[in-house]
Design a protein around this ligand. Structure first.
Ligand code: HEC
Length: 127
């Protein structure tokens, strides 16, 4: 093998190793998601996601009950609500952008990784 070829292979291997943690991240980290949730979402959605946090308890409509795993908004009009893409869109752009409640605010300050982790945590709350 020429040194040029082996350098190419090394470069390819580097790209492949970068790609793998990237796709693992897309699946989201439940524990990291929980930390972000407790800081930003718990006041409305509640400790266990039932929509019964101190603020959420008095809201109308109620925050979505994540323990049911039943979602309302179809943000990408693919005929299915509550796909990962829908949850990501609602978290990033807020409910109002998709005909839902403005009480579900947009969270533009959260990173893509934060949002993926939140989705993983929300999924884990389904009973
Ligand atoms: C001020 C209260 C409040 C806070 C804080 C809040 N939400 Fe919500 N959330 C709501 C309400 C109310 C709804 C229901 C919206 C509706 O029915 O149109 C909702 C709905 C949702 C939905 C369901 C969308 C659907 O299609 O059913 C998701 C997912 C969600 N919130 C995620 C989050 C995440 C993640 C956070 C924290 C980053 C958060 N929310 C913070 C009030 C809140």
């Amino acid at each position: 093998m020429t040194s040029h070829t082996s350098q190419m292979l090394l470069a390819l291997a580097a790209v492949a190793t970068l790609a793998i943690p990237g796709s693992a991240l897309a699946a989201g980290d439940v524990e990291a998601g929980k930390a972000t949730y407790m800081t930003n979402c718990q006041s409305c959605h509640g400790d266990t996601g039932k929509g019964d946090g101190p603020v959420g308890a008095v809201l109308q409509p109620s925050p979505r009950d994540f323990s049911k795993g039943d979602f309302k908004l179809d943000t990408d009009s693919d005929g299915k609500s509550g796909t990962d893409a829908d949850l990501v869109n609602v978290i990033k752009k807020g409910g109002l952008a998709y005909g839902g409640s403005p009480l579900m605010a947009a969270w533009p300050a959260l990173s893509d990784g934060d949002v993926d982790n939140l989705v993983a945590f929300i999924r884990s709350l389904k009973q």
